[in-house]
Design a protein around this ligand. Structure first.
Ligand SMILES: CC(C)[C@H](C(=O)O)[C@@H](O)C(=O)O
Ligand code: SF4
Length: 472
């Protein structure tokens, strides 16, 4: 018998029932809920006269629609659509008795940031949320993925989910990252390499020395974008880094329960003789600081490169590149570092954690935003914000000319007042550069927090290594 992958192990531990055609029922350990994809699900329960099956395993927070400025507790300041969603979540959370972090709670933040922060996210769990970036939680060795609103209702009602098993894919990053290269560069480079469909049908396990060397924050950044590579979920086997991060968090196990959990968590790795349906290997030394030039997360290039020409691509991709370049207002052959920016956005569930803010602040210390460039730093949670203030990072950002905001999804997705104006070009630490995502006509270049900070200082896309050299 061949061994099992980490994915196989978690799957088997949660399998309730399996049909002959491979349709399975799996048990769900944690259900995260936000205001956008849950109102109809709760309404469905209400109409059927049902309760939430496991309110203690259900965690709700408003994040997408909430403004990131003071006074946001007053929903009268929101657009009609946002107000309806935020008020519905508030009512549903209280009525159904689930765990809830309202907007005036310091623990409020982006759902994928507060799950790990509060210790809800633990190794070996199955975690779902009506949100594609649920993959983030895979950084803890949890099987975590997005679900649709009808599935949200199913999980609320039964704490189970109907699923078919995915295939196993291994993405190994060997060796050590060069200076100036971060987790964001890893995850963007993987998508640049495999394409947005490369992971379709698979659960990816990220492994190798470069992944092992990452902090939990970095691992979350990597797993966050598994979905952008087409995968069902991304996973990293838990280790001492994981256990250290979890220990003492509000909802982490304690005492004897901690010991028992730890014993199980230590079995959560892929066996040496496990079967992989697909393997991708990338050398960390070959990864450079990267940026995206187009409107798909696979449009990735090293910052030392140039804007590509559509002719470099084959088939439908050439046409897609032409359209991308047109939308982005870019000419083939332009050095990427010649691209001028208007705005910088530091935040999102990809890069809104304390380490991300530290990395950006390290570049911004004693420097200022280039004239005419606006910048916004949006911590991923109220607690990240408080920690950053304790470390004085807010002062660095403000002195550099950035706005220091309250926690939420903010500009990552234009569902709240934080948006780009038409034609405005932004260096962003988020995960999607789709047309109009940050505001109609807005142009997004994805990159790491350090790279976004560097672009803010010079006013154009910049190789952060040049500013790092100046600092030392
Ligand atoms: C609004 C929500 C359903 C959506 C998602 O599923 O990812 C959002 O979080 C996003 O990042 O586009
Ligand atoms: S920060 Fe962006 S990617 Fe993450 S959940 Fe919010 S909208 Fe989605």
């Amino acid at each position: 018998m061949t061994g099992k992958t980490l994915y196989d192990k978690i799957w088997d531990a949660h399998l309730v029932e399996q049909d002959e055609d491979g349709t399975c029922l799996i048990y769900i350990d944690r259900h995260l809920v936000h205001e956008v994809t849950s109102p109809q699900a709760f309404e469905g329960l209400r109409m059927a006269g049902r309760q939430v099956h496991a309110p203690d395993k259900t965690i709700a927070v408003p994040d997408h629609n909430v403004p990131t400025t003071a006074g946001r507790e007053d929903t009268a300041n929101m657009t009609e659509e946002s107000r309806i969603q935020v008020e519905a979540l508030d009512r549903n959370a209280r009525e159904f008795g689930i765990n809830y972090y309202p907007v005036d709670d310091i623990r409020q933040g982006i759902v994928h940031i507060i799950g790990p922060e509060q210790g809800w996210t633990l190794p070996g769990m199955t975690i779902v949320c009506g949100d594609s970036h649920t993959a983030t939680h895979g950084a803890f060795g949890a099987l975590a993925h997005g679900i649709g609103t009808s599935e949200v209702e199913h999980v609320l009602a039964t704490q189970t989910l109907i699923q078919k098993k995915s295939k196993n894919m291994k993405v190994e990053i060997t060796g050590q990252l060069p200076p100036g290269v971060t987790a964001k560069d890893i995850t963007l480079s993987i998508i640049g390499h495999t394409g947005t469909a490369g992971g379709t049908g698979y659960v990816i396990e990220y492994c190798g020395e470069a992944i092992r060397s990452l902090s939990m924050e970095g691992r979350m950044t990597v797993c966050n974008m598994a979905i952008e590579g087409g995968a069902r979920a991304g996973l990293i086997a838990p280790d001492e880094t994981t256990f250290d991060y979890i220990k003492g968090r509000p909802h982490a196990p304690k005492g004897a329960q901690w010991e028992a959990a730890l014993a199980w968590w230590k079995t959560l790795y892929s066996d040496d003789d496990a079967h992989w349906d697909k393997v991708v290997t990338i050398r960390a030394e070959d990864i450079a600081p990267v940026v995206t030039w187009g409107t798909s997360p696979e449009d990735v290039r090293a910052i030392t490169g140039t804007v590509p020409a559509p002719e470099e691509f084959r088939g439908g991709k050439a046409e897609a590149a032409r359209r991308s370049l047109d939308y982005m207002g870019l000419e083939p052959g332009t050095p990427l570092t010649d691209i001028k920016i208007d705005a910088v956005f530091i935040g999102s569930c990809t890069n809104g954690r304390i380490e991300d803010l530290r990395a950006a602040a390290a570049i911004l210390k004693d420097r200022k935003l280039a004239p005419g460039v606006r910048g916004m730093v949006v911590p991923g949670s109220g607690l990240v914000r408080a920690q950053a203030e304790e470390e004085g990072l807010d002062v660095i950002f403000k002195e550099a000319g950035f706005e220091w905001r309250l926690a939420g999804c903010s500009m990552c997705l234009g569902m709240n007042p934080d948006q780009l104006a038409p034609g405005e070009r932004c260096a962003a630490t988020s995960n999607r550069n789709f047309e109009g995502r940050m505001g109609r006509g807005g142009r997004t270049h994805l990159m790491s927090p350090a790279m976004a900070a560097a672009a803010g200082v010079t006013g154009h896309l910049t190789d952060v290594r040049e500013l790092m050299a100046e600092t030392v």
